[in-house]
Design a binder for this molecule. Sequence first.
Ligand code: NAP
Length: 478
Amino acid sequence: MFDFKIINFLIELIAVLLLAIGIKGLSKVSSARNANRIAAIAMGLAAIGVLLNSQVTNGISFEAWTWIVIGTFVGSSLGFLVSKRVPMTAMPETVALFNGCGGMSSLLVALGVSLFSIESSDAGLATLLIKNLSISVSVFVGAITFSGSIVAMAKLQGWLSTPLWTQSKFRHLLNIITFVIALTSFISLVGDGISGLWLLVISSSILGIGVTLSIGGADMPVVISLLNSYSGVAAAAAGFVVQSQLLIVAGAMVGSAGLILTQVMCKGMNRSLVSVLFGGTLSSNLGKNASKTEYKNITSCSVEECALTLEAAERVVIVPGYGLAVAQAQHTLREVTRLLESEGIDVNYAIHPVAGRMPGHMNVLLAEADVPYDQLLEMDVINPEFPATDVVLILGANDVVNPQAKNDSTSPLYGMPVLDVQEARTVFVVKRGMSAGYSGIKNDLFELDNTSMVFGDAKKVLGDLLIELKELGIGRKA
Ligand code: NAP
């Protein structure tokens, strides 16, 4: 006979190790793709491990097994389809949706155990207390994660806007009242594992909505990584509920990784977590700056002029932004930079930590087009290099190159670290018009003497640039 306990232990151990290796590998662009695959295998093994765990599945009926198999098949297929079809620009809302699913799973596990499990009469007081506490944490954090993530997804998807009343101080009062109700029901649930259960589900769900609804603008990615961390905490608590060490370890890893990411993003935007959670939207601060959104001295130039300047340059820095991702122009960009490099021009890419719409967005985009990793330079490395740069080519980036963040203390972006592109000799900004970036504010860079706008879709402009450069004879040596 098989000893399922040993097999289960081995599977869980391998899953935990693979998950740790996967998370570690995600910290480098070069290893991220494989790390993601490793982490996915770990999750698959984890699911098998839980099903082989006799403490979890002991005594369940054939019918229940059928539902488990159907659920696993449907869930995996949906996850696979979504990940294949979702465009890179819609990744933040997808991550929010997946976080929400994680929160909901932990909530459902805790609900199931609280409602249907019968505790053996010889269970000690401490065991009961740990179980009730785990159920309460799982319900509380799971419900907040679920409702908060769904609101975040709906806002990013454009299905939900930020209601005006959520920008008043009144929302704090509502959130405090909901929190007190949640806390009271939490305490009574810890007491006996059932009282206050539904009140806790409802109040925590409302709290998740109440806190997330008021947040918007550039703060949303921070909230999503925080919710990701919450989903880990909820999973760890669910691990205590069903006594799965694997779930506890995996949940703790996700919880801490999400927290570190939240901190990194707050640093990237120079915002404290408290101001993100309780400060309202960036756009609510825009009132003060509303009169400062008109442009006066804009210089625009043709693609041909841009090509001539690039041809004469020795050092070029590319600044990719959200617009490059929207235009899916990364491959055309790579063709352009290959041409420039073939002429001995030094080309690098300036990567702002929050360029695009999700952490690492630009790294992923450029890796897709085979841009060498060592040419992707982080903000702290590239900023001192701008004074010695001949041409900066900004492609669909806006907020991350806005000097207001340094020069204008009334700007909503004030304090956010930005790329000092204005220090370069010539700056070209490729965008379709004069629309604002994600924060919705004017960009003073566009009015500077050394800045020229090249209007058009990033892919079209880069395609034309490629033709112009070839006509100038660039790349013939290659
Ligand atoms: P951005 O400030 O949002 O600006 C993007 C610019 O791209 C726009 O001004 C737009 O101008 C242009 N654009 C759009 N489609 C284009 C196309 N097809 N071709 C050429 N240009 C196009 O982008 P960013 O500089 O990358 O800054 C990112 C912002 O998003 C920051 O505020 C950041 O805090 C926030 N954010 C970041 C994350 C993250 O985790 N990375 C997540 C969410 C939000 P036109 O319409 O005039 O073309």
